[in-house]
Design a binder for this molecule. Structure first.
Ligand code: SF4
Length: 337
């Protein structure tokens, strides 16, 4: 009698990986799952992981490992060997990174293969046949990545050849449509897949512009610099100076918390408005303009007169009041990232 094997499922929390989980539950194998969070995740995966992935794993009764992609992931995204997609997404290198991490976990938990919800030809960069083979090879997982949704239109994997799983129970889905997955999910009562598979800021054009600007401004950037890109309106004031202006109370608070020892913040002294955070080098020459931008986004009734803006420097240096006229939109053109 053959020994029961264990698989490790990459569970994003999206529809496809949820369907993959249910297809694998019909097999005579043990299953654990891993969910990756990253600096670019849009589904709030901070420490506790993506809610939908946790719910899906819990309702299926399988163990979920949450792995956060570290600073080494940023190195991969800074200089992707296989290039980028239509925005700053470096999907092939990103997948190689994830599969390498998954392989480490697979070996640690005594699993024998990896399972994913990938569908052949669903995504233009990383899910066509050639890219899939490249990813498998560079992650040193040749033949060990099982994709149950597309298994019947892909080459047989080692787990299928060895009889660990029954290939006949898998599907032959390919392409971008989700009809078949949705009807399977409905039939089997698969729920909680609200976290979309495409929840990655690197595919977002506006975030990509900011990310590109950061790479040019500060090639040695780290997690904190990336985190700042997610909040507020951003203005490139000089080669090494950037202003982030909060768009609501929550962003104001976050920007204030992100203030570093050499940074400056701006708030209106007499009206409600944003908190703006000025970062970079030699930033003092941008204080007047930063104050005017802060006033532009405040509840200032008279936009032709000067208003007071409070500038705060490093702790213990006190506040300085600047009197500025709110900036006009035409004056901001070319600065907004
Ligand atoms: S969309 Fe983002 S998370 Fe997904 S593979 Fe591409 S770079 Fe990685």
């Amino acid at each position: 009698m053959s020994e029961k094997k264990k698989g490790l499922l990459l569970l994003s929390g999206g529809l496809d990986s949820a369907v993959a989980l249910h297809l694998m539950k019909e097999q005579d194998i043990e299953l654990e799952a891993v969910h990756f969070t990253s600096h670019f995740c849009t589904c709030g995966g901070k420490g506790g992981g993506c809610g939908p992935a946790s719910k899906i794993a819990e309702s299926a009764g399988i163990k979920l490992h949450i792995v956060s992609k570290g600073e080494d992931y940023l190195d991969v995204i800074k200089k992707p060997k296989h290039g980028r997609g239509s925005n700053m997404n470096a999907c092939i290198d990103c997948r190689i990174y994830s599969f390498r991490k998954a392989k480490e976990l697979m070996e640690k938990i005594g699993a024998s293969f990896i399972v994913t919800g990938e569908v052949l030809d669903q995504r233009p960069m990383s899910q066509h046949r050639k890219a899939m083979l490249t990813i498998e090879k560079e992650a040193e997982l040749d033949g060990l990545i099982l994709r149950p949704l597309s298994a019947l239109v892909l080459e047989e994997t080692f787990p299928e050849k060895a009889g660990w799983v029954d290939r006949k129970k898998f599907k032959n889905i390919s392409g971008r449509g989700r009809k078949e997955q949705l009807s399977f999910a409905k039939e089997k009562g698969v729920k909680d897949f609200s976290c979309p598979a495409g929840g990655c800021l690197l595919t977002d054009p506006q975030f990509s512009r900011r990310f590109k600007d950061l790479m040019e401004d500060k090639p040695e950037f780290g997690s904190k610099d990336v985190a700042l890109l997610k909040y507020g309106r951003h203005f490139r004031l000089g080669e090494k100076a950037k202003l982030a202006v909060g768009r609501n109370q929550s962003e104001n608070e976050i920007l204030e918390q992100m203030k570093g020892p050499a940074d400056l913040t701006f708030v209106l002294a007499d009206f409600n408005g944003p908190l703006a955070l000025l970062t970079g080098e030699n930033i003092k020459k941008y204080t007047e303009f930063s104050a005017a931008i802060t006033a532009r986004y405040g509840d200032v009734p008279d936009r032709e007169s000067r208003v007071k803006v409070e500038m705060t420097g490093p702790a213990g240096t006190g506040k300085i009041l600047l009197a500025v006229r709110p900036a006009k939109d035409a004056e901001l053109a070319g600065f907004l990232i």
